[in-house]
Design a protein around this ligand. Structure first.
Ligand code: ACM
Length: 262
């Protein structure tokens, strides 16, 4: 299975331009599953609730989801991408999953980071797993990595591959995802962005790039640079994630002792 990410810097606030540029860059991709960053078409550093309201999209009928559905149909692939979502008077930092047959599913970021807490409601859809034929996938968004329970929940629900749209600013996540994969025996695809935003006099945010694909045994199969756009696919055997045996005596998930964990 060919899985990949596209790392780039969106132009803040210009959804139409970002969608056009991203879709044009991806028009000849040849892969099975592609992950794009968090807030992939809007940019990240919102300065007001009005700005969020103007840039948030409905799912699945908003521009970003519609264009990604078209692309997934044309390229016969699955795509996970982040976007600000408005639904029933609330705003969420969300990610959509689309595929060759259209819109499939939605995840709303559970663990909001920093000023996201001013503008978004915490996700209310839980952690879901989708069967995309070649494997089962789950979605985390950026700061969700900080909570091992999130990746563990997806592993316990049968995810083979964690799709992880991100806008990382802290340095720790690329190495920490190795541990998330080791402790769950799952693959991960972190799609981060690059560049800087310093909006309305706010402190600049520098996004750390280093998008990466990690195997279910914790090998970094590919890690991008911290400042370059990059579109990369890697071949994986996703069903290796179903083998949770570490040695003849230990099965990672069966050996859990939840009665001790409270
Ligand atoms: C983050 O959650 N965007 C750091």
């Amino acid at each position: 299975m060919k899985v990949g990410f596209y790392q780039y810097a969106p132009h803040f606030g210009d959804i139409q331009r970002n969608v056009d540029e991203v879709v044009s860059r991806l028009e000849s991709i040849d892969g099975d599953l592609l992950v794009l960053p968090e807030l992939a078409m809007s940019g990240y550093q919102f300065s007001s609730a009005e700005e969020v309201a103007n840039l948030a999209e409905s799912v699945p009928d908003g521009l970003t989801t519609r264009r990604l559905v078209e692309l997934a149909k044309q390229r016969h692939c699955y795509i996970v991408a982040g976007l600000p979502e408005h639904h029933a008077g609330k705003f969420y930092n969300s990610a959509v999953l689309v595929g060759p047959l259209g819109f499939i599913g939605l995840y709303r970021k559970v663990h909001l980071f920093f000023e996201e807490t001013l503008f978004f409601s915490p996700g209310d859809l839980g952690f879901q797993v989708w069967d995309i034929g070649q494997c089962h996938i789950g979605v985390l968004i950026c700061f969700d990595w900080y909570y091992p329970e999130a990746a563990r929940t997806l592993a316990l629900k049968g995810a083979d591959v964690l799709c992880h749209p991100s806008n990382l600013v802290l340095p720790h996540c690329p190495d920490a995802m190795v541990t998330r994969c080791l402790e769950n025996r799952v693959f991960s695809i972190t799609a981060n962005r690059i560049g800087e935003e310093a909006r309305s006099g706010k402190s600049p945010l520098r996004f750390i790039g280093k998008s990466e694909i990690i195997s279910s045994t914790g090998t970094i199969l590919h890690r991008a640079a911290d400042d370059q756009s990059e579109l990369t696919f890697v071949d994986i055997e996703p069903l290796q994630a179903r083998d949770k045996r570490i040695n003849p005596y230990n099965d990672l998930l069966q050996d859990r002792r939840p009665q001790n964990y409270a």
